[in-house]
Design a protein around this ligand. Sequence first.
Ligand code: TUI
Length: 319
Amino acid sequence: MIRTKICDLLGINYPIFQGGMAWVATAELAAAVSNAGGLGIIGSGNAPAAVVEKEINKIKALTDKPYGVNVMLLSPFAEEIIELVYREKVPVITTGAGNPGKYIPSLKEQGMKVIPVVPSVALAKKMEAVGADAVIAEGTEAGGHIGELTTMVLVPQVADAVKIPVIAAGGIGDGRGVISALSLGAQGVQLGTIFVCSKECVVHENYKNAIIKAGDRGTVVTGRSTGHPVRIIKNKLYREFEKLERSGASAAELERLGTGKLKLACVDGDADMGSVMAGQISGLIKEIKPVKEIIDSMIKECDMVLAGLNNSIRGEMLD
Ligand code: TUI
């Protein structure tokens, strides 16, 4: 059984977070993860507070376990989502795509745990200094909006730089990845893509199938020139984006092509012209499984990997 100090800090059984993905991480998915012993996180993305409030009410009915809400700081509604989570006393807040420093003191006063995603050592240190309870160090292997550094190099450097617990994200999809992350100094992991391919995830089946079909080189990064790099499954949208970028289009024109495309993929199931955000670990995912099965088999695999390492590093082979 894998248990770390983040489990005690948050009151969860396993140090496994489910990323708070926009349009993907609804109350159904987050409740399933929390009920299976991990930390389920509702994704607010660009949704207004009224939409997220409904999800919070739903999750309260679906689980009595701790859960979180992710605040996407580029959202025009970020301020009102912060007010909402404050009002609702959501147990855990994660943030993405920006610096949440100014919100942390008041959230902490309410007794909420605040865990920002950081793409660098510098931001991790700033977050520790303003009172974050932990940080999620997310590597560029992740899906959606990403930073530059890989999980392999980011996690140990962040773990050395801060005293608060570090959660590793990006490129993790099975027990081998979990144990690797813990070896790098993490106290837990956050997984996104594998939970998209769960039974409880409400996204269109075309989205899930695009991940299952992707293969190891099936994802690409769009939007580096706009300053908002986003990893998606390679498709027609990507090719149009590339053509527009090569033609010297402005950042505004490129952003316009991307507008509404995540909803198109998640809700309408258009995996050609929609933005199918997914991580590089897509190539490892072969089927859609219930959340509990994903988590239970990952935990079992962790024990097997540890036992295997104990043998193999001594030159013995397990069959
Ligand atoms: O936030 C994510 N992943 C996301 S958000 C999203 S919605 C979106 N769609 C289109 C464009 C932009 C967003 C889809 N996927 N992951 C967490 C994450 N945070 N990755 C990178 C960062 C990050 C980047 C810079 C966090 C902080 C940061 O700070 C810059 C600063 O101000 O110091």
